[in-house]
Design a protein around this ligand. Structure first.
Ligand code: SAH
Length: 202
């Protein structure tokens, strides 16, 4: 075991950390995804822009890093790495996972991967939703920001920021409009108490 580890360079260790991370992220999402399918949708706002931005986000956060990890197609964009970069990337990724889990716990069956309102939708403003109104997007931002530290490749490292950034900025205003239409004054008050993704800042 030790000799196997000793032969791995930092780039390979980071690739393994990335793969474990993807499995854990999927594991956290597995049950909410299964449960949410059983809860009906009363309103949906899956416009072509929303579908396009979900595809861009998935490509940037998942597909492009996977291409770098599993093939050599992007190798000419490799950059050097060091222990500190991989450590910062790993710690940021762990923070993203913890926050991601907490958001699913708080949101329960109100969660959906797109802009939907569930049957009997309730406004969640407790748990991590007390501090910001889009903590799941904060977790995705942490994931996107972890990648340039963790993945020593210019394309794979930055694709997540571009991909998720596109989804976030195209979606967040639409989501807030939808929530305001549904919850009116209750949502406006909630917005007055909270920032979007960074407590007290933004
Ligand atoms: N933007 C939130 C939730 C992402 S999941 C976050 O980042 O944590 C997207 C779905 O969650 C949306 O379709 C919306 O119906 C629902 N949603 C968003 N904020 C909510 C809240 N405070 N309470 C209940 N549902 C919410």
């Amino acid at each position: 075991m030790y000799s196997v580890l000793a032969n791995l360079d930092l780039e390979h260790i980071a690739k393994i950390i990335w793969a474990i991370y993807m499995v854990l992220w999927a594991a956290i999402r597995f049950r909410p995804n299964k449960k949410s399918r059983k809860t009906g949708i009363s309103f949906t706002n899956r416009s072509p822009i929303e579908r396009f931005s979900m595809a861009i986000s998935f490509t940037g956060l998942g597909i492009i890093p996977a291409i770098w990890v599993f093939t050599n197609l992007l190798d000419k964009f490799d950059r050097p790495t060091n222990f500190l970069m991989v450590l910062i990337g790993t710690l940021t990724a762990i923070a993203a996972l913890i926050l991601f889990r907490k958001t699913h716990k708080a949101l329960g069956k109100m969660w959906s991967h797109s802009l939907d309102l569930r049957d009997d939708h309730k406004l969640v403003s407790e748990g991590v939703y007390k501090y910001v109104r889009h903590p799941m997007y904060s977790a995705f931002w942490l994931w996107a920001l972890a990648l340039p530290f963790l993945l020593s490749n210019w394309i794979a490292g930055f694709a997540g920021i571009i991909g998720f950034g596109t989804l976030f900025f195209l979606r967040v205003g639409e989501e807030e409009k939808m929530m305001e239409q549904q919850f009116g004054e209750e949502y406006r008050e909630y917005c007055n108490r909270t920032k979007r993704i960074i407590p007290n800042i933004y």
